[in-house]
Ligand binder design. Structure first.
Ligand SMILES: NC(=O)CC[C@H](N)C(=O)O
Length: 253
């Protein structure tokens, strides 16, 4: 049976596990390299990427994570997890931080500014809506969020965010404030896919909308079908019944 793992070193892993549970899927916490052998897809949550990288290094997880990605197993990084999966990150703390890599892109670690510049925005998500149904928009929760500032030719852009002309913009040297009306609206990439890898700069696990989770579960299922006769592990929850679903954690929005 194919098992979905959630990297549980730091950050919003409990929220991801709760979101999977709402879809009737049991997510397994992963903290050690050998545990990657028991899972067939992995979610790397949001949190603080420098801290998460230090913990991953301490637990000697980087070689096993890179091997997992190299094997073509589905991995989804949200926020700090997206930074982990990027081939290149800019705006890092001094000394940089180790990355897993795999996604042919450059990510700016704190593109939108500091913690207090966190925000919510309705994002246009045509690919997600066409695959999963539901509204054309998704509630994007951006917490000291990164953004994708460059993508390679094999990367599919799944969502971008139009930056109002007076908001923080990325430049190669530093994050800058632009004068109001100084530049026309510019779009920055906030969700991408490249083969087995999915990256979102925002936090779907903090919303009640489970479409990104079910999108990723489909990627996991497709991968399972391509390699062996496995299916994603579904826990006993009967989603069709009108029994009230129990949530482990409060949902942010
Ligand atoms: N919410 C998040 O995951 C924030 C990520 C943060 N910008 C970092 O560098 O780790």
């Amino acid at each position: 049976m194919a098992v979905v793992g959630v990297l549980a070193l730091q950050g919003s892993f409990n929220e991801h596990i709760a979101a999977l549970k709402r879809l009737g899927v049991k997510g397994v916490e992963v903290r050690k390299p050998e545990q990657l052998q028991n899972i067939s897809s992995l979610i790397i949550p949001g949190g603080e990427s420098t801290t998460m990288a230090k913990l991953a290094e301490f637990h000697n997880l980087f070689p096993a994570l890179r091997e997992f990605v190299r094997m073509g197993k589905p991995v989804w990084g949200t926020c700090a997890g997206l930074i982990f999966l990027a081939n290149k990150a800019v705006g890092q703390k001094e000394g940089g931080q180790e990355l897993v890599g795999g996604l042919d892109c450059t990510v700016h670690r704190n593109y939108f500014g500091s913690q207090i510049q966190s925000f919510e925005a309705e994002l246009l998500v045509p690919e997600l809506a066409s695959r999963e149904g539901g509204p054309e928009t998704f509630p994007g929760v951006f917490i000291r969020a990164p953004a994708v500032v460059e993508v390679g030719p094999d990367v599919e852009v799944l969502a971008d965010y139009p930056i109002p002309s007076n908001k923080v913009l990325y430049s190669s040297s530093a994050v800058e404030f632009q004068e109001e009306n100084a530049v026309p609206e510019k779009k920055v990439i906030v969700a991408i896919k490249q083969g087995n890898l999915l990256g979102t700069a925002f936090h779907p696990e903090l919303t009640a909308d489970t479409r990104w989770h079910s999108y990723f579960l489909k990627m996991a299922r497709e991968y399972g079908e391509g390699t062996s006769n496995t299916s994603v592990a579904v826990s006993g929850a009967d989603l069709s019944s009108d029994k009230q679903t129990r949530y482990d954690l409060p949902i942010f929005r």
